[in-house]
Design a protein around this ligand. Structure first.
Ligand SMILES: [Zn+2]
Ligand SMILES: [Zn+2]
Length: 358
């Protein structure tokens, strides 16, 4: 051994700091990574999704530039193969627009081979193509798997009810879309005198939305599947979800068991106020309800006098003083106005200021 231990690269003969191949010859000998010079990037022209392999992927990105950059990075990373000899590879991919549909992508891979640090870089050209994704083309083609028919039992639903049902459908869908169900879209909504028909991409989602409506309003859902064909060997069904809102709505005055009840809420339980006592009352949803009046029939009258257990009011039709049991909700003093409703079961006061609403 020579004391002045100069080292030379066995390949190119240049002086080196370490034993064996110099850095340049070492990196030349190994292929650190491979990547195509040109990649094609596909983004949807209508929604923030891009295609990776055969799959369309949703994003929350709403500018074309950001979407194209994201899609480019993903596409390049997928196209990139790092040599198995590289341990702990760190890949950086930096796309930059050089034209409206063309990006230059700087790819760098750093890691270790046989205990030595290596880092290599390459440039990739990405060409962006705008296409129509699977979901957007289904929407454009009017695709649907489910129909929600919103109706009411023995009556037409009110505008408010229909609007509320559509809100419930929308929020069910935005939740499902956020959770990654790409068929969670509404194809069309048809308002009808007897309710509304909602055409829906995903039947799973349509089922969830129908149940959410019934959870809030009460009523029933029935499913009617119809075979419409086959796709990839699987039967393809379209399902109609017939939602029937209950005949009774909040604000109706009903006979429930032996009580006269102002209905306040329907759902798993019927909740309301027993108008005779003024106390809250409730029953299971399958209780028999018979409508005898509703809040819109209430009229103003005068509280004549009252004590702890009874009050005198003027009969709203005959203006004769009548005595009724004092309901627990009554806070008004003699001489003040109250709202009363005349039913086959007698006259009752309503809670609240006007027609039962404060
Ligand atoms: Zn060398
Ligand atoms: Zn799309």
């Amino acid at each position: 051994m020579v004391a002045t231990s100069k080292m030379f690269c066995p390949k190119c003969g240049k002086e080196t700091e370490e034993e064996g191949l110099c850095k340049a010859c070492f990196e030349e000998r190994y292929v650190v990574f491979e990547v195509p010079q040109v990649v094609e990037v596909r983004v949807c022209a209508k929604c923030p999704s891009y295609k990776i392999g055969d799959l369309w992927v949703d994003t929350n990105i709403f500018t074309y530039e950001e979407l194209a950059k994201k899609a480019t990075s993903r596409t390049v990373r997928l196209a990139l193969s790092v040599s198995k000899e590289v341990s702990n590879p760190q890949v950086t991919v930096v796309p930059e627009f050089v034209g409206p549909q063309v990006l230059k992508v700087r790819v760098a891979v750093a890691g270790e081979i046989a205990g030595r640090q290596v880092s290599t870089e390459a440039d990739v050209e990405a060409r962006v193509r705008k296409e129509t994704c699977d979901v957007c083309s289904r929407i454009a083609g009017g695709y649907y798997e489910g129909i929600i028919q919103v109706r009411a039992q023995d009556r037409f639903p009110t505008k408010e009810e229909v609007n509320r049902c559509l809100k419930i459908v929308e929020s069910t869908f935005s939740r499902a879309a956020k959770a990654g169900d790409r068929l969670a879209f509404i194809t069309d909504v048809f308002p009808l005198p007897e309710g509304a028909d909602v055409y829906i991409g995903s039947s799973t989602c349509a089922r969830q939305a129908s149940r959410a409506i019934v959870d809030e309003f009460g009523g029933t859902v029935t499913e009617a599947p119809k075979l419409v064909g086959a796709k990839e060997g699987k039967d393809l069904y379209r399902i109609t979800f017939a939602v029937r809102l209950p005949a009774i709505v909040a604000g109706d005055i009903v006979r429930m068991r032996k009580q006269v009840v102002l209905v306040e809420k329907l759902g798993k339980r019927v909740q309301g106020v027993d108008l005779a006592t003024g106390q809250p009352t409730s029953a299971m949803e399958d209780v028999k309800l018979e409508k005898i009046s509703d809040r819109s029939q209430a009229v103003r009258t005068v509280l004549v006098s009252g004590d702890a257990s009874s009050v005198q009011i003027l009969d709203p039709e005959t203006y004769q003083a009548i005595t009724i049991r004092r309901p627990a909700f009554l806070k008004r003093e003699p001489g003040e106005e109250v709202w009363a409703v005349k039913t086959p079961e007698g006259v009752f006061l309503l809670p609240g200021g006007s027609r039962g609403k404060e």
